[in-house]
Each structure stands twice: as structure tokens, then as C-alpha cells.
Design a protein around this ligand. Sequence first.
Ligand code: SF4
Length: 962
Amino acid sequence: MAACPPGEYPLSASPPTEVKTTTCYMCACRCGIRVHLRDGEVRYIEGNPEHPINRGVICAKGSSGIMKQVSPARLTQPLKRKQGSERGAGEFEPISWHEAFELLEKRLAKIRSTDPKKFALFTGRDQMQALTGLFARQFGTPNYAAHGGFCSVNMAAGMIYTIGGSFWEFGGPDLERARLFVMLGTAEDHHSNPLKIAISEFKRRGGRFVSINPVRTGYSAIADEWVPIRPGTDGALLLALTNELIAQGLYDREFVARYTNGGQLVVTDPTSPHFGLLATDEDADPINPLYPQNQLWWDRHSDGPCLTHTPDTDPFLFGEFTLPEGTHVRPAFQLLAERVAEYTPEWAEGITGIPAATIRRLAHEMGVTARDEKIELPIAWTDCWGHEHASVIGNPVAFHAMRGLAAHSNGFHTVRTLAILMSLLGTIDRPGGFRHKAPFPRGIPPSAKTPTGPEGVQPDKPLAGLALGWPASPEDLFVDDDGEPVRIDKGFSWEYPLSVHGLMHNVITNAWRGDPYPIDTLLIFMANMAWNSTMNTVEVRKMLNDRNADGEYKIPFVAVCDAFQSEMTAFADLVLPDTTYLERHDVMSMLDRPISEFDGPVDSVRVPVVPALGECKPFQEVLIELGSRLGLPAFTNKDGSRRYKDYPEFIVRHETEPGSGIGFLAGWRGQDGSKSMLGEPNPKQWDMYAQNNCVFHYRLPHSYQYMRNWNRGYMEWAQRMRVRRWGDPVIIHLYSEVLQRFRLAAEGKWSGRQPPERLRERVRKYFDPLPFYYAPLEAQVTDMEKYPLAAITQRPMAMYHSWDSQNAWLRQIHGHNYLFVNPRTARAARIEDGGWMWAESQWGKLRCLCRYSEAVEPGTVWTWNAIGKQPGAWNLAPDADEARKGFLLNHLISEELQHGGARVSNSDPVTGQAGWYDVRVRIYPAEETGVWPEFKVMKPYSGMRKTPLKWLAYVAGGRIER
Ligand code: SF4
């Protein structure tokens, strides 16, 4: 046999393979994987059959993690921008970690001791927000958030403010028992593999799957029925469906009466100071003032008012009543029915493009399936009012929705309407419907709060509250005495009161403008804010490079931590090289977003399966190091000395409060690892996870697995385990008293805080306690005749946004993107299939390639997100398809709008959710070829590998050149 070059083996002489388990991070789904290593290198990745999330299934991304490890785009050493070079030019010199830490420590210590809000920390789709949030709070800055504000905060807020839980990490469709499954605004999901498994099993069992989406891709491709809808109009459809359900009497009356606030009486006397609030019995014990339980029903038996859930009473859902002291009241359900009465299927047809007959048919199918195909499980349980139930009932209609509903400036009310529709069908935390995942359900809203004024930010002190919280009234806003924002992104201000995930998409623009104030240092972790994660890309890149008259950058210092050379890293003054997911410890924690299942809490970890490349350091370690150097209390001992050697030790030893027994991980707690959920730190906790597929799964008794909003056994368990602070029932808010409190303030009828004059009408309009439909803000300020088409993006199945732009295998699936146009629309515009075309919005235009597609409704054009690249970025060849033919729709989207006579974020006025999918365009043929706008070529940085010539040899079993 011929001798092999060093490091290469003929198959027959292959050295043995070692297999290690960890958790995938090629997308946010968190599947279990088995990584096969030979000679210290990753050679194969498979799904872990013993993992609860994916049960052995792996996707194209997951198995391509092997190429992430060897990507030529990897950063390998800390880099500092060369003196005299411009931001964006990507000219760096290597520095040591020691120098990098000294630089950051000096800068951050000065900020902390003077004005901590001048430090802003914003992170992308990281899975360690419990740590990044803790760091920001300990530092004392309010300016922290992760990607949620520009992702799907409307999904979280709209659902949690209504039912106390949400989709994806916090709950989902029970497809094991559902008969009808309706998916809205979802192409490919964060919950990717589990949903694929569940849908395939659901279809094999004969379930019917309806997909409502402007585009038929991803899951919709295997739907039994595709219902095309115009983007941003889902709210109109859902209101019309709700109208039909009520009009036809197809709602679950018993569920609505007992488990929602539909029977609760609302004060309808406009002269009353309590107008629009729920009537209460002031003499009765509210039990918990945060979530009072002294509201009133009008009892059908006695025909008089009574405390809700009084034994042997049953509320009227319709009617108009007068309380003994003369106050006029109506049940919330009556008000809901009156509200949706105007939203007929015929009205919705004109907005959504869905025929009225289809809307009626869908409403009927949902209502009849829920009513006539009930499931009864022989599981006894006791509700919060002491009633014992012999079984759990399920109405088997399940829904799932994601960013397609959320990423519109009318998304909050759309999602709230969906949650109301699901509640009317009686499907909340019931078999075959929507099921919660721990730590949800939570109180409405959850009790976590930010500080309420600028005094919450003090030099050398932790923030006096959380950076992100859940306002329940104007008193919870984070504003100054004039009602103006304290946060750089204006989160929790009167402009975006319920911005529970912040507004990352406005940070750079606001900091550049110095509105509400300039900052000093912006630290970005794994977010491509100079490219696909920002709106108005061209201008935002200029802002990052813009200077004051004195020559100082408007954002004086930008640090970026990432594993790869993205477009954003080029704008950094300091680049910190992160590790990949195969090189580090990580936790998917109950304190953050665990991988819980319907049957109980589940958390999981990553453990390193290969050493870190070059000088790469996990961002977690960077934060522990900085926290220790800066003397932040959570990271240091009383004498100021460092408390934790490293991140793994921090995870094991950190407790939410000294002696609380609650840490980042819930499994194998206690000195000997025998305790779960609560217990003293266990030094061997990491080993236990590593020996158990990196997963801890706590299965609740069956009687605690359903009806958790109102399940006494579950509530008591959750309180004991400190999953919940209180054990009160979580009544569904068909009618939102929280929103009404803000509306009363806007109308000058609230005794507490009032919005600034310029914002009164905005708050009054959008803080409606009942769901309503309005066109997205952008549509309201667009010439719809000139720009008749909606333009949207989707994340492809094979790439998680830009994460694998550099992945040699996945690039073979998506090397460039097209603008997909319905043939009728394209032909009318005289654009050829495969031809170059212009797409133009009121904000800008771009040149791209057209592809005809019947799988898109004619009023919409769409493309894959984040495939187009700046030439040379991610260490791709400058003439790679991603740069020559790929394009970014973001150039057509603005981060701000002129609306109501003022400049506002292009976001939902309730939550600050970025209106990504609201842009309107026109299209026409291009004479010239090639993508436009054009960008300069990025060059590789110091320490980056050359693109290997031997990709195929590597795949076949050879070793890659280093
Ligand atoms: S779905 Fe996501 S987490 Fe699961 S294997 Fe694929 S890339 Fe990995």
C-alpha cells in the first residue's frame, strides 16, 4: 500500500472513532447530537436518538456543523482596528486577550463609575440571556436586550398578555392528539425538527393541516390546504373567524365562562373613574393585589352580582347590568362580541384576499371539530377553586404561528386575536390544543419589572430592577419625570410601552443621533447589525462610521464578539473571537429559555467536544472575566476578589440569591446530585449532564400536566419549586385591563402617570382593551398605488439567517437568492423568469434576479433572508454567487417612519416589534445586470485561514490543511 500523506488514512486503517454527545446550535432548535471524532477532528454529526427534542432526527444544518468548524471565516484572535483606518475597512491588527481585557476594563470601569447607561450591550440569537442580562444588570446599565424586539416579540407579548404563555420555547400545538392543525405565518420554525416530526406523525394519523401564509414553502408545502393571505392582514382574518365563532355559537361556553375573564363585568359608565376597568367587590379580599381575584360576575342563577368563581354560580356572558350602587356594567364577552360584530367575513375578504366563504368554512371547521371531536383523558385534577374534575377534556384544534404574524406594526393585536380565538375554542393547555411548557404559564403579565425612572441607574451600582420586564400599568414604565425614555432604544417608554424584548433595531440609529442621549461603548454579540439584522442597511453602515465635528465617532467605541468574520465585525474597534458551539459549555436554562416539554421542565447543556480554535474564547468566559475585573457583585466575593474561576464553575455555583437553591441548571442539584429543581450547588453537575445526553427532564405527575393556568396541584408544585412566585389562577384576558390602564392615562383619566401630549393619541388608539384591526403603520404612510406589492423575507430551512453563510455544504443549497414573484404579477410588469429586475420601495431600490413562482399570492414578492453578502464577507471569494447574485431586501426597509406628524420607529406602537414585513414595493425590468447596491470588497483579517483547496478530499476522509 502506498504511504499516505501525514494525517490521511486509508479507510481500512482508520483510527477508532470517539463519540461525544452535546447540543446542536446550527439553529435555535437545540436538538441533541452525537459528534463523531477521529484523530481529534469532527468527522460526522448525527441526531441523538435519546434526546427528547429531536429523537435522533437531524437536519441539513445540523449535520453540516462539521463544516462550521473548518470554515475559513473563523476568527481566531482578538483584533484591534488599526490606528488611522476607517470603520468598515476591516483593517485590524492582532492583540492579546490580556490587552483586549485591559482595554475593555479601563473603558467600562470609567463608564460604570460615571454614567452606566453609556454602555450598551445588545446580543443576537444567543441562548444565554440569563447571563448577558445578569451582566448588564450588575453593570448597572438599562441598555440591554437580545434580538427579540426585531424577531417575534409580538408573538411573546400578544400571547403572554392574553393567555400567560406563548409558542415555541414556552408552549406549542399538541399534535399528538389534535385533529385539525392551523399554522399561520410560519415557514420554517425555530422548533424545526420537533415540529417536522410532530407534523409527519399528525398527518399519518389522518389529521388535517391548514396553512395560512402568503407563501407556500417549508411546512406549508405539505399542508392539506394552503390559504394564501396578504401580508399584515392576518388580524383581519382572525377577527372575522372570531366573529363567526361567536355568531354561530361555536365557542366553548363553559371554558370561556370559567377560565377567561369573558364573564367578568366591565364598568361601561363613561363618567366613572373606573371606566373600562373590571368591576370589583371592594369589600372582598383581592388575595394578591398584583393579580386581584375580587372581580364580579353577574350570576345566571340568582340574577345578581357575585364574586367570580363563587360556588354554584355561573356568569352571564351577554347582557347589560347595573350594580347595586348604580354603576353600569357589561360582561367582557359582550364587549368582545360587539367589537368583532363589525369584522364580517365579507369585510375581511377585501383586506386579506381570502374569499368570505373560505373564512366561514374555516371558522365552521374549527368550531365543529372543537365541539364534536372532544377528547377525554381519565386524569383527575383539582382546579384552583377546589373543584375536583374526574377527567381532562380536550378540544382538538391546534394552532401554531410565528414571525409572519408578529413582524408587522399591527402584530400585537393580531397575535392577541389569535390567542383569543384559541381561547374561545377552549384549547388552552388542553389535550389536542395548545400546551404550555415550564416555566409557563405565568401571571398576566409576569411580575418581572424594570426600574421606573432614571434614579434606577446609578454609578457603581447594579440596575435597580431588570433591564427587561412586563409593565402592568403606566407606573411600570421606565421613563423620566417628563415621560421621556431612559433606555437608548426607548423601550418601556410611552412610544413602545410593552417593549418586553427591547428594540435592538433602533439602537444604532438612536445612539448615532444622540436621541435620547449619546452612548460611549456599544458591545454587540453575534448580531450582524451592519447587514442582515438591520433595516436601512446602507445608512446604518454610514452611521457606524459617522463622526462629530471634533472628529470623534458618534458612537465612540464599538466592540463585536463573534465566531466569524461578518459584515458587522468590519465596523468594530475591537473584535473578540468567540468559539463555536462544539467548543464550549452552554446552558439552556430554566432561568432563560429551557427546552421544556409539555410534560414538564427540561433543561440542557452543551459541553465542548473539541478544543477551541486558535485564541478563541467563549463570550461567556469574556463576561465572567469582565464581571470579575469590574468587581460586579454577582461575580466577586465580599472582599472584591474573583468568585469564579471560569464559566463552568459559575454555572454550578451561582444561585439567584445566596442559599436559594436555584441556579442555572435544575438537574442533579444538592451536594450528592440527588435533588431536582431546587438544591445546593453540586460540583459534579456538568458530569451528570454529560453522562445523560446533556439533558435533565423532570416529568410532572399526569394530573399536573394540563389546565395549568388553573390547576391547583400544578400551582402548588410550581410555587414549591419556585418556578412561579404565586399560586393564583391565571385567568385568560379576553379583555385586557392592562391595555385599558394605558388608554385611561392617554385620555387623562388615570390618576397616575400620563403620556407626553404628543403621544396621547397614539397611546389612546393602540391601547385598546379589545383586539382591533388597523393597517400596518408603513401602509398608512405609503402611496399604495405607486407601491402595490408587499415584500417579505423568510429564513430558509438550510440556513439560520446568516449563520452559515460560510458553510461549504450549505452554500451548495443556497448560493444566492431570487425575488420570487407570481408569474401573473411578473408578466404584467414585463419581467422575465430569471431576468434582472428592480424592486423599489419609498426608501430605496435594489436590482436582483427574478424567479417565477406559483407558490406566492399575486400581491406579494418574497426572498430568502441573509443569503446575499457583501463581496468578500465571511471570507467568501469576492465573486462568489452570494455577492454577484445574492441580495438583501433590507435595503428597501426603513427603521423609522414619519407617522402622526412625528418620527417613530418602524415598529408596533404597543411592543416595539420591528415591522420587517410591512414594506411595500413596485417592480420593473432592469436593463443592466448584476446586483445593486454595490459594496466594497471585504478582505480577510489577520489569523483567518485561507480557503482550503481540498474540500472534497476532506469530505472523503482526508484532513484539512490548517
Ligand atoms: S433543527 Fe436546528 S438544532 Fe436541530 S439539528 Fe437542525 S440545525 Fe441543529
